[in-house]
Design a protein around this ligand. Structure first.
Ligand code: SF4
Ligand code: SF4
Length: 185
């Protein structure tokens, strides 16, 4: 059973903060190849996201500012019956990155209860969150740990990942020791 209570996840994330950052450091230096870690994360993400209903949560839309690029703005503006310029004035802040904007308000003004009012037109960054299906997991863990206390999917995937890595390392240590034993006269 996965933890989905947002208050409890926030509390647990605080308690495990040191452990979680230490595990991040461990992942970067361990013998497991980054591609292998990606494969484990992708499998855990599929497992966890099939059991956690984002439509009943919406916490990322309450707590984070979605990032938009030109094509997102066009789609969202059309869904709001505005021009892109009007949409930008009404809802967006510029970022330091050219062509990249953030939704100004938190919670997101397009959130209706726990669901996006423009779900089909939502920005790519929203549809991709929490980015656990992407490659190069080990290069994106800072952002992941920032978002862990607010996202049940991230929290549960990271907990399972700690277990999976520990088991895999134990198996490999065992195999290495058995090989050494066989070489003894
Ligand atoms: S645009 Fe929709 S999916 Fe994105 S943060 Fe706002 S409510 Fe959530
Ligand atoms: S991605 Fe995470 S925070 Fe966002 S709705 Fe799904 S479970 Fe909730």
């Amino acid at each position: 059973m996965f933890e989905t209570n947002l208050a409890r996840i926030k509390e647990l994330a605080e308690q495990k903060e040191r452990e979680n950052w230490d595990f991040r450091t461990h992942l970067k230096g361990c013998d497991i190849e980054p591609e292998e870690i990606d494969a484990i994360v992708h499998q855990l993400y599929a497992q966890v996201s099939s059991k956690i209903d984002c439509g009943a949560c919406g916490n990322c839309c309450r707590e984070l500012s979605a990032a938009l690029e030109a094509s997102d703005i066009e789609r969202m503006a059309e869904a709001e019956h505005l021009t892109s310029a009007e949409f930008e004035r009404k809802y967006l802040n510029k970022t330091d990155e050219p062509g990249r904007f953030l939704i100004r308000q938190k919670p997101c003004p397009f959130l209706d209860g726990t669901v996006c009012r423009h779900y089909k037109s939502r920005p790519e960054s929203c549809s991709e969150f929490p980015f656990l299906h992407k490659p190069d997991f080990t290069t994106r863990t800072i952002m992941l740990l920032w978002n862990l206390p607010l996202c049940p999917i991230i929290y549960n995937v990271y907990e399972l990942l700690k277990q999976e890595v520990a088991e895999l390392e134990m198996l490999r240590r065992g195999a290495k020791e058995a090989n050494l034993d066989r070489r003894q006269p």
